[in-house]
Design a protein around this ligand. Structure first.
Ligand code: ADP
Length: 384
């Protein structure tokens, strides 16, 4: 990392599987201008993630790349002053003592659901070309009409899955969820294929064929469709259903095919439950987030087809470019919503940072240019 960089406003989302970080990195020249009595700092939002089980890597990253560049590095690497950062997710509770002890960081905790919704609203309102549909191999960006954004269904696929009906800024309700989520895919996948990581499992699934293991309608109907009820011969009648009749053991299947069936099963199931919940509340737009998706075409296609099929084209599945960082972004944007009168002023944890308003009284960061490389977001913030 460039030693001239200035980092501020770190926010963490510590989940069951991954730790997500969002932080603001001011431009090298620390260009600061005054506007209405505030300092406007230009820079970008940066993103990083670590496996929760390797939390020490995350602590080291923060120590060397963030504390150092925010001017709070001390000889023993621990900040002497009280240093508050926004944190959300279960790990904000579980690991609070560890961060305090190792880095001198105190967590200013933000509610997990609140942060997820805040993160999505922030992205949809401020980042151009953030949301897109994916169907039949076609990716299409969705124009978001700020005046017609709500209500929508947010389906966050992390280790587990939360489904949240969103009616406005800070107006939401968790209406459903399922424990069959990204953690199930990874956990079962590791057991069944002996692979070591999520990336390895995805790679396997990429080369597999689910029809080897899944029982299709055509397998039951002798190769024909069940057209009377609208089921094609290639529709899955029973995930992993062929394994019961083949007289085969797990070793007789290719790990690629197992991984593919598993990915299909989890994605299909989530797509269907999402559709049913959208139906319950008459929601037409469903945004899918969480690190399970990872921009993978097969996953997005499966989810989209499930939503499209069950809703007969009425509901639309949409995906987000910063899908994995929703909670962390929500926690980050909450720096703008509160004044921390109880906190010690510090030039890292700015007492009150108002993220630029774009004239419509929404407190958020306007994006000054499109996303540059894969993940960073060009932006500016107001410091007061
Ligand atoms: P949580 O907050 O519960 O950790 P995330 O949104 O971070 O949830 O998603 C975690 C899920 O993302 C995992 O269960 C797994 O399916 C998937 N995943 C994507 N990339 C990785 C990775 N590098 N390591 C582990 N899991 C990953």
């Amino acid at each position: 990392m460039d030693s001239t960089k200035k980092i501020s406003h770190l926010a963490l989302d510590i989940g069951g599987t991954l730790i997500k970080l969002v932080y603001f990195s001011a431009n090298g020249d620390y260009s600061e201008e005054s506007r209405n009595g505030c300092s406007v700092v230009h820079g970008k939002l940066c993103f990083a993630k670590f496996e929760t089980r390797k939390i020490d890597d995350c602590l080291e990253f923060i120590r060397f790349n963030i504390l150092h560049h925010s001017g709070v590095q001390h000889p023993n690497g621990v900040a002497h002053d009280k240093l508050y950062v926004k944190a959300t997710g279960g790990g904000a509770f579980k690991f609070a003592d560890l961060f305090k002890e190792k880095l001198g960081i105190l967590f200013d905790k933000e509610d997990e659901m609140h942060s997820l919704v805040g993160g999505v609203n922030f992205l949809l309102k401020t980042v151009p070309r953030e949301a897109f549909t994916y169907l039949d191999g076609q990716k299409e960006f969705v124009e978001i009409d700020h005046n017609d954004l709500y209500p929508y269904l947010l389906v966050n696929i992390g280790s587990g899955v939360s489904m949240i009906k969103v009616d406005g800024d800070g107006k939401y309700e968790r209406i459903s969820g399922t424990s069959l989520g990204g953690g199930t895919f990874l956990g079962l996948g590791k057991l069944l294929t002996k692979c070591k990581s999520f990336d390895e499992l995805l790679e396997l699934s990429h080369h597999g064929n689910n029809r080897v293991i899944d029982m299709l309608v055509g397998d039951i109907y002798g190769g024909t469709d069940y057209s009377k009820i609208g089921l094609s011969s290639t529709a899955i009648a029973s995930s992993f259903g062929k394994a019961i009749s083949d007289g085969k053991e797990l070793e007789d299947y290719q790990p690629e095919d197992v991984a593919r069936s598993l990915l299909r099963m989890i994605s299909n199931n989530i797509g269907q439950i999402a559709y049913l919940n959208a139906l319950r509340f008459g929601l037409k737009r469903i945004f899918f987030g969480g690190f399970f998706i990872r921009g993978l075409e097969y996953t997005m296609d499966t989810i989209s087809v499930a939503v499209h099929f069950w809703s007969r084209g009425e509901a639309k599945a949409m995906f987000l470019r910063h899908e994995g960082f929703l909670g962390a972004l929500g926690a980050f944007t909450s720096y703008s919503n509160q004044s921390h009168n109880d906190l010690k002023p510090h030039h890292h944890t700015v007492q009150r940072a108002i993220l630029n308003c774009s004239g419509d009284n929404l407190r958020h960061i306007p994006v000054t240019s499109n996303l540059n490389d894969s993940e960073t977001i060009e932006c500016s913030i107001n410091l007061v």
